[in-house]
Design a protein around this ligand. Structure first.
Ligand code: ADP
Length: 174
């Protein structure tokens, strides 16, 4: 099967794919950055579903590195996959593995739902402070080990700025 890996610059809420990944926080109650943009553009049903998830499955919040799906409200997608990336605490607190887990668990969640395409933001590289180059090398590992083998047909990595996208591309062979 042919798998396409794409990168693009822009607002992830505008990308038409089956599943959009949200860089959420463990409360699942919304926040800034990508999280805020997804809830604003998607409307209140997403938050309502997140509340139900908290009540029924994760009363203490979604653990870092895990992923869970809701529908996507008004977004041009079928599902939002909420995941929690690690907060950067210097690099010796499992940040790398947890970032990798956030990418792979989101991917598996989308695959289980039957999604054929998925769009990711640059998880943890905003307010969570993960260094962008180090995050990029982890995302490239995810691309090689998980995304390229499939089963999803299209994986889109969305960057909020052109320099962020260029930096990511420049880290490919590290
Ligand atoms: P985290 O808390 O996981 O760091 P943020 O939302 O603060 O998440 O940032 C993650 C990345 O997403 C940052 O690189 C930021 O520039 C980018 N970003 C913020 N808003 C959007 C958006 N609407 N679409 C795509 N990327 C975005």
């Amino acid at each position: 099967m042919d798998v396409t890996i794409e990168t693009l610059t822009g607002d992830i809420t505008k990308v038409t794919v089956d599943a959009i990944v949200n860089a959420a926080n463990s409360s699942l109650m919304g926040g800034g950055g990508v999280d805020g943009a997804i809830h604003r553009a998607g409307g209140p049903t997403i938050l309502e579903e997140c509340r139900n998830i908290r009540r029924d499955r994760y009363p203490d919040g979604l653990p870092t590195g895990e992923a869970i799906a809701t529908t996507a409200g008004n977004l041009p997608a079928q599902w939002v996959i909420h995941t929690v990336g690690p907060i950067w605490r210097g690099g010796k607190n499992d940040e790398d593995d947890l970032l990798y887990a956030a990418y792979t668990n989101s991917y598996r969640c989308a695959a289980e739902l039957g999604a054929k395409s998925i769009a990711y933001p640059a998880i943890s590289t905003g307010v969570y402070g993960f260094p962008k180059e180090r995050a990029a090398s982890i995302v490239w590992r995810f691309v090689r080990e998980v995304a390229e083998p499939g089963p999803l047909e299209r994986v889109i990595l969305v960057f909020f700025s052109a320099p962020d996208r260029m930096l990511f591309l420049s880290c490919k062979n590290r």
